[in-house]
Design a protein around this ligand. Sequence first.
Ligand SMILES: [Fe+2]
Length: 326
Amino acid sequence: MDRPALSHSTTFALPQLPYGYDELEPYVDGETMRIHHTRHHQAYTDNLNKALVELRKDSSCLEAFGKDVSLEMLLRQLARESHSSSPGSEEPSATPASSICAKHPDLAKKIRNYGGGYVNHIYYFENMSPGKLLLDTHSPVAKALEDQFGGIDDFKREFTQAALDVFGSGWAFLVWMPHDEKLAIVTTANQDVPEFAPGIAGSDAIVLFALDVWEHAYFARYYDMRKSYIESWWNVVNWSDVGNRFLKARSCSHDMKQKRQMEERQKQQGQCQQCGESPCNCPEPQQSQPQSQPQSQPQSQPQSQQQSQQQFSQQQQPQYPPQQRQ
Ligand SMILES: [Fe+2]
């Protein structure tokens, strides 16, 4: 599935599961899976679409990102704005033009909740499989888990404890931090994506797998025994999918590192980071338009900004929603 751009009249659809509702038995029961997918995930999808219809009424919100803005970019921006507005935060502030939180706080909250719910459930459902796709202990992701957590069992224990420590409803994620080039266990409340977690806004964290610890994911079979649910869930983790995501994420780190090194070289050599010339050969910036004219026409955005946003979208972001399986 191609990643849709939000600036167009995109309607998100509920992704089909690559397995039947009862195929994860006995670990995750069929009735829970059916309700979880057809009611909960469907509701997040429908409400996200409604929120985006509202958002598009203020065209300046999406135009500030460029025409290829994805849902993930929007959620990341909301996370940054959320952190920058926290008391005592040192996170970079959002630009006024893109500050959806400031202009439409209720809408920002809906997109944070429903958009997060939409993408998190895609990861959750895709990261499970009835096929016993066990972790290949010689695979790159297994090696990385061993190196960083001391062993696969140690990692599982740490992840399980983190998921148990989520107060109320929320999520546990294994993510790749592309700038640090390391794995991390992250938890969030409600339907927040990882970048809403304290300390990782702007990290471009890439999700490798996600565990839903809302009670709707397990109560019908496990009641309030979240630990039993998590211990069972390890039996249906699709490690093949996780391994593929890890390789893509690591490759993304490599591209980002090369880009940073190139920018650093250009900086040292006094070259412009946009045109690559020394001295800068960029065209003179246009004078700002009078107040009476529309403020955010797409063609008024500087080309360099459009390019950098497009590059960010195309090169540094994991795919949201993930590629559909064949
Ligand atoms: Fe859920």
